[in-house]
Design a protein around this ligand. Structure first.
Ligand SMILES: O=c1ccn([C@@H]2O[C@H](COP(=O)(O)O)[C@@H](O)[C@H]2O)c(=O)[nH]1
Length: 236
């Protein structure tokens, strides 16, 4: 069965989040909690979301020296979310340390959260990457390179744009997760995203998960927008 679209809860705090979730009545969702909401509300927000029956991707994108990431991941494991992430640019030693921390921190008898690595942010264009990161390759090669490193480090998958999802599946494993933000319903503004894809196209190309924020959260009718995303994503 296809994973539910992950809704990015990019809100300023619990009140705004609660107002948004009320639209969905008691429907169980897969939600993403990012830096803004987690820094504001802390772990209590995750407990509340779990009590409401939602699955959680905790999107904090750790990127530091291996020992620091190892220790931080042990703490994140105790929060019992479904998914966490790090930056692949931290290197294989850091990625292995993150996985080790997550394994050691997972409560006995509980499922270890999935851990994925950000390759190139979906807000990064090829020109920007080449100029600012001094990478003298096509963007797709850089994404694939990071995906291979994450795979060899034993991670469960990567964050990439849907545009690269098929190539990553072919280079790694069909079960290696391709979690893809930068999703827009047709005609919606790209905002700060550079590599955008519709839910339908993401499914065709090979995403295993899509992350959708503003196409849903900014819609006049967020439930209708979510249903549109879901039906495109679940087509075929
Ligand atoms: O490469 C990345 C990694 C993470 N994100 C996050 O996903 C959502 C996307 O929100 P939209 O409103 O649909 O653009 C947001 O929380 C980002 O922090 C990403 O976009 N790209």
């Amino acid at each position: 069965m296809r994973a539910k679209p992950i809704i990015a809860l990019d809100f300023s705090g619990k009140n705004e989040t609660e107002q948004f979730l009320q639209h969905f009545d008691h429907e169980s969702l897969y939600v993403k909690v990012g830096m803004e909401l987690f820094y504001k509300e802390g772990p209590a927000l995750l407990v509340w979301l779990k009590e409401l029956g939602h699955e959680i991707f905790l999107d904090l994108k750790l990127h530091d020296i291996p020992n620091t990431v190892y220790r931080a991941m042990k703490v994140l494991a105790s929060l019992e979310v479904e998914m966490v992430n790090i930056h692949a640019a931290g290197g294989m030693e850091m990625m292995s340390a993150a996985l080790k921390g997550l394994v050691e921190g997972t409560v006995t008898g509980k499922k270890r959260p999935e851990i994925i690595a950000v390759t190139q942010l979906t807000s990064t264009s090829e020109v920007q990457m080449q100029r600012e990161q001094l990478i003298d390759h096509p963007l797709k090669d850089s994404v694939l390179h990071y995906a291979r490193l994450a795979f060899l480090s034993g991670l469960d998958g990567v964050v990439c744009s849907a545009l690269e999802a098929g190539a990553i599946r072919d280079e790694t494993d069909a079960n290696f997760l391709r979690v893809t933000p930068g999703i827009r319903l047709a005609g919606h503004s790209a905002d700060d995203q550079k590599r955008i894809v519709t839910p339908k196209r993401a499914q065709e190309i090979g995403s295993t998960h899509i992350v959708v924020g503003r196409s849903i959260t900014r819609a006049k009718d967020p439930v209708a927008a979510y249903q549109e995303v879901k039906s495109e994503w679940e087509m075929n």
